[in-house]
Ligand binder design. Structure first.
Ligand code: HEC
Length: 125
């Protein structure tokens, strides 16, 4: 991504921003067998301090808005923090925060419920 970003001139960046902001929102695929009520409790306990209560993200903490992404993507990225594919580069302070969270051994069922909650929030946005 960094390599691609460097090829864009400022006016091209502005054009891309306008194009993306005009894209039609695609409804989220529901997370099968997720208990979104339970997921909400888990999310508020473990994720909301950085990603905010409605998964809208927090610029001041540099934590992205999780509700803008499909569950499969969030699951895959969470796994990358867990295995060290993300967040291990020196000086990557943001990634390092998520490495700590992903190392907390959240059971798969908890993660699925959390993603179920985020998906529900995303569709109400
Ligand atoms: C201590 C703050 C903090 C907490 C708590 C936290 N996160 Fe994060 N999270 C971050 C930051 C900062 C990033 C951005 C990392 C980066 O830029 O590489 C991030 C990124 C992510 C991403 C990748 C999003 C993307 O755009 O690729 C996922 C998925 C994620 N967090 C899920 C979670 C979940 C699920 C929880 C709760 C179990 C959680 N986070 C709790 C700070 C936090």
């Amino acid at each position: 991504m960094a390599a691609i970003a460097k090829t864009l001139k400022p006016d091209a960046v502005a054009a891309v921003i306008i194009h993306v902001s005009e894209m039609v929102k695609i409804p989220q695929e529901p997370v099968e067998d997720a208990d979104a009520e339970r997921g909400k409790e888990l999310y508020l306990e473990r994720c909301a301090s950085c990603h905010r209560f409605n998964a809208s993200g927090e610029q001041a903490f540099r934590s992205p808005p999780l509700r803008d992404f499909p569950a499969w993507y969030l699951h895959s990225q969470y796994g990358k923090f867990k295995t060290g594919q993300r967040g291990t580069v020196q000086k990557d302070e943001d990634g390092a925060k998520m490495r700590i969270i992903a190392a907390m051994k959240t059971p798969e069922v908890d993660l699925q419920d959390i993603l179920g909650f985020i998906t529900e929030v995303a569709d109400k946005k």
